[in-house]
Design a protein around this ligand. Structure first.
Ligand SMILES: NC(=O)c1ccc[n+]([C@@H]2O[C@H](COP(=O)([O-])OP(=O)(O)OC[C@H]3O[C@@H](n4cnc5c(N)ncnc54)[C@H](O)[C@@H]3O)[C@@H](O)[C@H]2O)c1
Length: 394
């Protein structure tokens, strides 16, 4: 059933992206009837931004009241990860469909609660796995499905976050295991979902190792940053710190966070070397799938370059993929016993490799007949989150 009335919970960076993209592309098809956030300043700001497209949402701080009064057909859940389950289950139990940002949850218990609410209510639950929709990843699924490398037997994925993007997870709520599940849940849920989708199989066994050696007070001392403070804005070491985030110089972050701190005390520029950080910055995972395939995965959050390398070995050959953010993307097929060849990479513009805009079109526009099965539901969300959750527990 097509949605007409849409609501947004959480108007931070991601909620803003969804709302502005919907307002720009789908005003006339979709009404954003409500914005809900406990930060009234951010709520008002976003309402102002989407008003230029004719959207006039009502503003709420209380979720239950918003559901009852605004009566949306569907709600986007874009609050921090540990809050997803309680809002997603409440919405479904109130008869409302859910678009749930990744990761669906940070604990097995919360994953189960979402699956149960979905099963018991029959509501729709869409998970925001935009990477499946990025043309260069979509193409990998197409190649695997073509059978050219045979049955996938082993996947090797190395994901690197550079010290700009990687450091950003150590500034705010993501840096607390209880709020994000750490990067193995918060970030890797995207990556594990890609692997689960490529293999078309579910994981059965997982173990992992993790360490934090970079975003530590000891490393800050070693960098000569002894006199640092809790946040960049008034830190005495800021001028010497390569990881400083100057909110006053970034118009978007200033408008979104700095100008609304008074409402909730959310500091967007906390020190990446704080002792309170409790998530690893270097992780490696080994998993086995029901199909028998094996996964070797690693994630680093302090790399000189950002991107990934991926190898999929199958019974008939190997698929290799390398993507450097802001640089080259290369896809190579190597059938056993034949010369390997580079494939012309499918390209797309926009955030997340062009995945965001395609995901949105599929959700609110004309849904494509999709032989690649890109639309993700709560089951896909739970399997990918559970790899990280199990990895954390191992
Ligand atoms: N699919 C993607 O590629 C992608 C990209 C970025 C973020 N995300 C996901 O989107 C979600 C939001 O991330 P973000 O970067 O926008 O975070 P953010 O911190 O920028 O925004 C979170 C917002 O939620 C509000 N909030 C927090 N708790 C609340 C509560 N209990 N009730 C009402 N409002 C509350 C905050 O005030 C803030 O405005 C996360 O789950 C994240 O994993 C997904």
């Amino acid at each position: 059933m097509a949605w007409k009335r849409f609501a947004v919970l959480g108007v931070g960076s991601r909620g803003e992206w969804w709302s502005r993209a919907i307002a720009k592309q789908f005003t006339g098809t979709i009404d954003i009837v409500a914005l809900c956030d406990h930060n009234a300043g951010r709520n008002q700001r976003l309402a102002g931004l989407i008003a230029e497209h004719g959207q006039r949402p009502a503003l709420f701080s209380d979720f239950a009241r918003m559901l009852a009064e605004a009566k949306p057909d569907a709600v986007l859940i874009a609050v921090p990860d540990h809050e997803h389950a309680r809002y997603a289950t409440a919405a479904m139990r109130a008869g409302i469909d859910v678009v749930l940002e990744k990761p669906i949850a940070c604990t097995a218990e919360d994953c189960r609660a979402i699956l149960a609410a979905r099963r018991e209510t029959g509501r729709r639950c869409v998970v925001g796995f935009n990477l499946r929709w990025a043309p260069y990843f979509t193409q990998l699924k197409d190649i695997v499905l073509s059978g050219v490398i045979g049955d996938p037997v082993a996947v090797d994925m190395q994901w690197l976050l550079d010290t700009s993007h990687g450091a950003d997870y150590f500034r705010r709520w993501h840096r607390q295991l209880g709020k994000s599940g750490g990067l193995l849940v918060h970030k890797s849920t995207h990556h594990f979902d890609l692997v689960n989708w490529l293999l078309d199989s579910d994981p059965v066994s997982v173990f992992a190792r993790g360490a934090r050696r970079f975003y530590t007070p000891q490393n800050a001392d070693a960098l000569g940053l002894q006199d640092r403070g809790p946040r960049c804005l008034d830190c005495r070491a800021a001028a010497r710190c390569p990881y400083r985030l100057d909110l006053t110089k970034d118009a978007h972050l200033k408008g979104l966070y700095l100008e609304h701190e008074a409402h909730d005390g959310y500091l967007r520029d906390r020190c990446v070397f704080s002792p309170e950080i409790d998530i690893p910055d270097s992780m490696s995972v080994s998993a086995r799938y029901a199909s028998g395939a094996l996964l070797t995965y690693s994630l680093q959050a302090f790399s000189p370059w950002e991107g990934l390398t991926l190898g999929v070995d199958g019974t008939k050959g190997r698929l290799e993929f390398k993507h450097v953010e802001g640089g080259e993307t290369r896809t190579r097929v190597m059938p056993l016993g034949q010369p390997g060849y580079d494939v012309e990479v499918w390209k797309g513009d926009g955030p997340h490799g062009g995945g965001d805009v395609r995901m949105l079109e599929a959700l609110f526009g004309e849904p494509p007949h999709d032989r690649l099965g890109r639309a993700a539901d709560e089951r896909a969300g739970a399997w990918s989150a559970m790899i990280g959750i199990t990895a954390n527990a191992s």
